[in-house]
Design a protein around this ligand. Structure first.
Ligand code: CAO
Length: 427
């Protein structure tokens, strides 16, 4: 192993909540030195949100901020600004996901940053790109709704739905991480930094790309792989919600297994992939469907998907989801059990690969986290606990910025690194 892929890259991490922290956590896992700047006294707001262990940083925070160092700086204090300017000179990338305009209001305009460090890459997550909504604050579900995911998720006869996967926040963080390493690569040729912008709406739309495909297909006729086609329900002028129908040309559904519906996760996703249609017919006990012209071809099957999946479900209901998975996999029939978070947390193979890791934390003790899902064969990736608020303030001031003890004391005394003292209430 040749060390860590991003060793030597230093990130000035101004992110908070989820979208930005996901991005910088990925970079930290790959070995970047991520210095998280937090507001004195408070820190990233998620430290105190959804608290499960009193007095400890929340899982919301710890699971999004591994491998980082924390420094507290009041970015609006003159001495705080001075420290930030010094950090800008020493870092390669500044990452932020403040509300639109907040970075400028701190005085950290692109011009200011670029003057201090022309090599600096300034990477931002915003809710929207330039346009009518560019000034809006945005959270996960807003992005899911405005990026085309919600209108295409759920059942046709129900309201739009948001998904549990955080495609607006974590999805955009992933996009931003790619933008950053791409800009770092370009910098090796040009020597110049640049701005990287990922709008959450754009990130979600990118992930919902197949639904924009379907929008255009609608002009040329019904979407034949959607259940509503087989049900004879006409299509409107926008991509409809398709329940659990498979998004591709290989029809699929979620089917009950033994134990459903009492067990809310006793289900399997079953895909009637055309090349294994014969095997599917044999497994479910309908060998006649292999040659019956009503069922033998994918085209003939499309209007009958409800009937076909009802018959397959008769079979899956006689098996647990794991039994069904084992049988179907012998025939290369694509399928997957619906795994609960409990099952994933207990899954030993995910523990072995480091996708689920146990982390020790000084104030909360041991907890589970999702490790780095991206595996590099020649780069070490380890998961280290998240920092306590301001845990590395002193070492960053001395080791990274080279400040002497007296200088550090001056900055501290100025109040730039600590929360303003609460005034005593008048008696
Ligand atoms: N010292 C001093 N002030 C600080 C500071 C520091 N270290 N860190 C932050 N602040 C200040 C900011 O300067 C800002 O002040 P102004 O409003 O005076 O400019 C203030 O804290 C609040 O920042 P904010 O507006 O970004 O935070 P918010 O909680 O009101 O909004 C959010 C949160 C997420 C809606 C908003 O940041 C946003 O829209 N971000 C972009 C989109 C995004 O990433 N959304 C996903 C969030 S994850 O679900």
């Amino acid at each position: 192993m040749d060390g860590k892929a991003l060793q030597g890259v230093r990130i000035l991490d101004f992110t908070h909540v989820q979208s930005g922290p996901t991005c910088t956590q990925l970079l930290a896992w790959f070995g970047a030195d991520v210095i998280k700047v937090e507001r004195p006294g408070v820190g990233d707001i998620t430290r105190g949100q959804l608290v499960d262990v009193k007095g400890a940083d929340s899982l919301y925070f710890t699971m999004l901020n591994h491998n980082k160092r924390s420094i507290t700086i009041d970015s609006k204090h003159p001495q705080g600004k001075r420290v930030l300017d010094e950090l800008i000179k020493k870092c390669d990338v500044l990452v932020e996901n403040f509300a639109p305009g907040a970075l400028d209001r701190m005085g950290l305009t692109w011009e200011h940053i670029h003057k201090l460090n022309p090599r600096m890459i300034v990477a931002s997550v915003k809710g929207f790109g330039p346009g009518p909504y560019e000034d809006c604050k945005v959270y996960e579900n807003v992005a899911q709704c405005t990026g085309g995911s919600a209108s295409t998720t759920g059942f046709r006869d129900g309201p739009p739905l948001v998904t549990g996967a955080q495609i607006g926040d974590s999805g955009t963080g992933l996009h931003l991480a790619l933008g950053i390493v791409t800009a770092l690569y370009q910098r090796t040729r040009t020597g110049r930094g640049q701005k990287v912008l990922c709008a959450m709406q754009d990130g979600v739309l990118n992930l919902a790309r197949v639904k924009l495909r379907d929008q255009q297909r609608l002009k040329h006729g019904p979407l034949t792989e959607y259940s509503q086609y087989g049900e004879g329900i006409p299509f409107g002028d926008a991509t409809p919600r398709a329940g659990n129908d498979s998004g591709g040309g290989q029809p699929g559904r979620i089917l009950k297994c033994k134990g459903a519906p009492e067990d809310p996760n006793a289900y399997i996703y079953f895909i009637t992939q055309a090349p294994v249609w014969g095997e599917i017919c044999d497994v479910i006990g309908e060998p006649g469907w292999k040659t019956d012209p009503e069922f033998a071809t994918p085209k003939a099957r499309l209007p009958k998907l409800n009937q076909i999946f009802a018959r397959i479900e008769e079979w899956t209901m006689t098996k647990t989801k794991f039994e069904a998975m084992e049988i179907l996999n012998k025939f290369d029939i694509p399928c997957g059990p619906i795994l609960s978070m409990k099952e994933l947390a207990e899954d030993q193979s995910l523990r072995k690969t480091g996708t689920v890791v146990e982390v020790d934390h000084p104030t909360r003790g041991k907890y589970l986290s999702v490790g780095n899902p991206i595996k590099l064969s020649d780069s070490i990736s380890e998961v280290k606990r998240s920092p306590l608020l301001g845990e590395h303030t002193d070492e960053i001031l001395s080791d990274v910025l080279g400040f002497k003890a007296a200088e550090i004391a001056d900055i501290k005394n100025s109040g730039a690194l600590s929360a303003p003292e609460k005034k005593e209430k008048a008696a």
